[in-house]
Design a protein around this ligand. Structure first.
Ligand SMILES: *[C@@H]1O[C@H](CO)[C@@H](O)[C@H](O)[C@H]1NC(C)=O
Ligand SMILES: *[C@@H]1O[C@H](CO)[C@@H](O)[C@H](O)[C@H]1NC(C)=O
Ligand SMILES: *[C@@H]1O[C@H](CO)[C@@H](O)[C@H](O)[C@H]1NC(C)=O
Ligand SMILES: *[C@@H]1O[C@H](CO)[C@@H](O)[C@H](O)[C@H]1NC(C)=O
Ligand SMILES: *[C@@H]1O[C@H](CO)[C@@H](O)[C@H](O)[C@H]1NC(C)=O
Ligand SMILES: CC(=O)N[C@H]1CO[C@H](CO)[C@@H](O)[C@@H]1O
Ligand SMILES: [Ca+2]
Ligand SMILES: [Ca+2]
Length: 581
């Protein structure tokens, strides 16, 4: 009997240490758009010294890691997603020394630094492209070059395929120097790199190693799905079929991108990079380097980046399902279905992640409703897995209007439409970050900032929300704090719909710790019997930990779970009374 007890004890202790979470698991990540976070030298453009001066704020939000949108040398045709030197820093943002200072500060305060890696294309101003265009030996095939075709009706030279760029019009551009077309799935100043060239593949791996050697904790991989295009063995590419005939025939959505996205080789390259990151750790030690991948494809395709189930690795394929499927009218049922659509097919042993915004989308509060701002933050921070926050979401920032004259995003400028450009523009989510109510929201002392700061900072800014007795920011911090409890880090998830499917609630449970999250999507006020909804599997009494700013509910009050009153658009976090924070 005694022996058995001791054995049991050993087994319990052992399984607890074995179960130790790695730094990134259930981590909290914050995305900074460097051009707009903080300008240290008054030129109107955010920079690395500015970021460095605000890292304490990022840490105070309860973050584990910070991901920077591209800071590399770039002519900025697509604001840094067009890189002309993958190993250097853009002069607007600073120098490699400034980068080192940012990294040192991160290490000092316990934040992991993650860089954006943009592998699909470089800038046309990269010297590789210039060499490739001039057919310098060794570089001829660094990009995707093809002869054109003769149109049988017009007798004119036309591009090799009908492919359309993300930024409208043909994805091929003629080079007078090389007398061939090159492929650019994005801007014509972003020629696609050729991953069928072994030397290029090695160069890109060397770049990952270069930044890992400097000490970064991993990479967010931009638009990985476009890495390879389907090619026949004779070297030609197939035309894509029409996908959505309601789109204009110059618009990206006009074609069904079966040959320019999600090719099998793309997944294989992702696995090769994952191996490179793991080998780096094996060779040099230190922490796990993570790899986050960007894919707006189907859940099935996005989840292929988890590996095939046999690879329990630190893959984080961004989950864009909420971004793709939810809008202002979405119901409790829509949210539950969308969340389950990611959780249900997930292979065993991997982690979910939740992304509701980034620099490519209108602000989440503008897309899903500003009244739901806290509710959305509650959801992102309390669902199982990794939480990703785009700067400003902690303040429930909305879009900032940018006039046609001030618009810079190529995706909006290419519409040539001064009336309707704003729906295509990514600028409203990229405006300067609001630190306080002074000039330019405290972002910069310049008279003109790269994008206007607008008026929003006069009412929504960090300083106000720090000083207020309660605020979106303070609720956000409470959430990131409670998230470190095992019930959120390791607890299981059980979701239900209740009150005529107007309310989405889920429980998280770990040992004797319980949390219940109630999200009211109804237009009227009712009372929820969550005890009933969870079939008595939760405590009868719990305490309110936090709730949306407009809830009218006090923190730390005890409620009977058989009767919780939650208003429209309000989210509430209940904790079992044995959790003390
Ligand atoms: C190349 O191969 C494809 C697929 O087999 C075929 O459809 C196409 O006509 C070929 N093109 C040339 C130029 O041989
Ligand atoms: C999964 O990936 C591993 C590593 O590449 C490979 O060895 C294995 O064969 C794959 N399994 C399946 C079922 O595809
Ligand atoms: C926009 O720019 C044009 C041309 O420079 C100018 O004529 C017009 O007044 C500007 N519009 C606004 C609203 O500033
Ligand atoms: C949800 O909000 C609506 C509108 O305020 C309210 O009528 C309803 O009672 C609330 N539902 C719950 C379960 O509290
Ligand atoms: C909770 O239920 C208990 C027992 O039914 C009751 O005495 C108490 O007043 C209720 N508390 C609240 C806050 O409704
Ligand atoms: C979210 C994100 O990083 N989007 C980027 C995807 O890639 C294109 C081209 O590099 C950029 O324009 C987007 O900003
Ligand atoms: Ca600056
Ligand atoms: Ca490509």
């Amino acid at each position: 009997m005694k022996v058995l007890l001791v054995l049991l004890l050993i087994v319990t202790v052992k399984s607890q240490t074995e179960n130790e979470l790695d730094w990134w698991e259930s981590g909290n990540f914050y995305q900074i758009y460097p051009r707009s976070y903080m300008d240290s030298d008054g030129d109107g453009i955010g920079d690395l010294q500015g970021i460095k001066s605000k890292l304490d704020y990022v840490k105070s939000l309860g973050m584990d890691g910070v991901w920077l949108s591209p800071i590399y040398k770039s002519p900025q045709a697509d604001f840094g997603y067009d890189i002309s030197d993958y190993r250097d820093i853009n002069e607007d943002y600073g120098t490699l020394e400034d980068f080192q200072e940012v990294l040192d500060k991160c290490n000092e305060i316990g934040l992991k630094l993650i860089l954006d890696f943009v592998p699909n294309h470089s800038s046309d101003e990269h010297d590789w492209f210039q060499k490739s265009e001039a057919r310098v030996p060794g570089y001829e095939d660094f990009y995707i070059w093809r002869d054109g075709k003769i149109d049988p009706y017009t007798n004119l030279l036309v591009p090799p395929t009908n492919w359309i760029s993300f930024f409208r019009y043909s994805a091929w551009r003629w080079s007078n120097i090389r007398q061939q077309f090159y492929l650019h799935q994005f801007h014509y100043k972003q020629p696609d790199l050729n991953y069928r060239d072994a030397k290029l593949v090695q160069e890109m791996k060397n770049i990952l190693t270069y930044w890992m050697t400097k000490g970064v904790a991993g990479f967010r991989i931009d638009i990985i799905v476009c890495l390879y295009e389907k090619m026949f063995s004779n070297g030609t590419f197939p035309d894509e079929p029409v996908g959505n005939p309601n789109c204009g025939f110059n618009d990206h959505c006009y074609l069904d991108h079966i040959y320019t996205q999600d090719q099998d080789e793309t997944f294989d390259m992702a696995y090769q990079w994952r191996e490179l990151l793991d080998e780096f750790k094996e060779t040099f030690g230190g922490f796990t380097r993570i790899m986050m991948t960007e894919s707006y494809s189907s859940v099935e395709k996005a989840q292929r980046f988890y590996g095939n189930g046999t690879r329990k690795g630190s893959y984080v394929p961004f989950n864009f399902e909420i971004i793709k499927n939810m809008n202002k009218e979405s119901t409790a049922k829509d949210y539950k279905r969308t969340i389950d659509s990611w959780l249900d097919p997930m292979p065993a042993g991997v982690l979910a992640n939740w992304v509701v915004g980034n620099h490519d989308q209108h602000r989440v509060a503008s897309r899903l409703g500003v009244q739901k701002g806290d509710l959305i933050n509650i959801m992102v921070q309390t669902l199982p897995g990794i939480a990703i926050t785009y700067m400003g979401e902690e303040l429930v920032m909305t879009n900032v209007h940018v006039s046609w004259n001030d618009t810079l995003d190529p995706q909006a400028c290419n519409t040539n439409d001064p009336i309707n450009y704003e729906s295509s523009s990514r600028d409203p989510a990229r405006t300067p970050f609001p630190w306080d109510s002074s000039k330019n929201g405290g972002f910069s002392t310049a008279d003109k900032t790269w994008l206007p700061a607008g008026d929003l900072y006069k009412t929504v800014n960090v300083q106000f929300q720090e000083q207020a007795q309660n605020s979106h920011l303070k609720i956000f911090r409470k959430l990131t704090t409670v998230r470190k409890q095992n019930v959120f880090r390791r607890g299981d998830y059980h979701g239900v719909l209740t009150n005529n499917e107007n309310v989405y609630a889920y429980s998280r449970n770990y040992g004797d710790q319980y949390a219940v999250i109630i999200l009211n999507f109804s237009k009227n006020t009712e009372t929820v019997n969550v005890l009933n909804a969870f079939e008595n599997s939760i405590p009868t009494q719990m305490k309110i930990y936090t709730s949306s700013l407009a809830s009218g509910l006090g923190d730390d009050t005890t409620v009977n779970t058989s009767s919780v009153k939650v208003d429209s658009n309000i989210g509430v976090v209940l904790l079992s009374t044995n959790i003390n924070i």
